[in-house]
Write a protein that binds this ligand. Structure first.
Ligand SMILES: [Zn+2]
Length: 157
């Protein structure tokens, strides 16, 4: 019998390091760039490169649903296209549901990345040979996962 398991933390925002807290803030801000008229699920992602550069992405939906891209891969693809030699150190993800009145409120559930994003993050880790910390914003707390590969056992390679 074999077991796959990993350890993660649920931490109050105030206890995160300043760079991680800032990354979570940037992810929450990035939800404003989301285009999600079909799901009304506005997601923002912010990632930090090894040199401290931070960039953000948001989900972009399309009437032809499979054309849409998640926030995590929007940010990740931008980083890899523009900073191909720079390792990704951490990614933060935040979500907001847009209500019919137009006000954004917190979701009930942390924005766990979808399977496609888990695969994309895991392959980036594999390429750069260093872990990508994943921070999932959940209200005043963040779920902190030490390595994206934790989220996808038996990653396709
Ligand atoms: Zn995704």
């Amino acid at each position: 019998m074999s077991t796959f398991s990993f350890e993660y933390q649920r931490m109050p925002m105030a206890e995160l390091s300043e760079p991680d807290r800032e990354l979570c803030r940037r992810a929450a801000m990035a939800t404003g760039g989301s285009y999600a008229p079909y799901s009304n699920y506005n997601v923002g992602a912010a990632l930090r490169l090894a040199d401290g550069t931070v960039m953000a992405g948001a989900n972009q939906e399309n009437a032809s649903y499979p054309c849409g891209t998640c926030a995590e891969r929007t940010a990740l693809n931008y980083a890899q296209a523009n900073y191909p030699q720079m390792a990704v150190e951490a990614i933060a993800v935040a979500a907001a549901h847009k209500q019919h009145r137009g006000d954004a409120t917190s979701t009930h559930r942390p924005p766990y990345p979808c399977g496609l994003c888990r695969q994309a993050l895991a392959e980036t880790e594999h390429r750069q040979q260093t872990p990508i910390k994943v921070l999932l914003v959940d209200g005043d707390e963040a779920i902190v996962i030490p390595s994206a590969s934790c989220l996808l056992p038996f990653t396709f390679e």
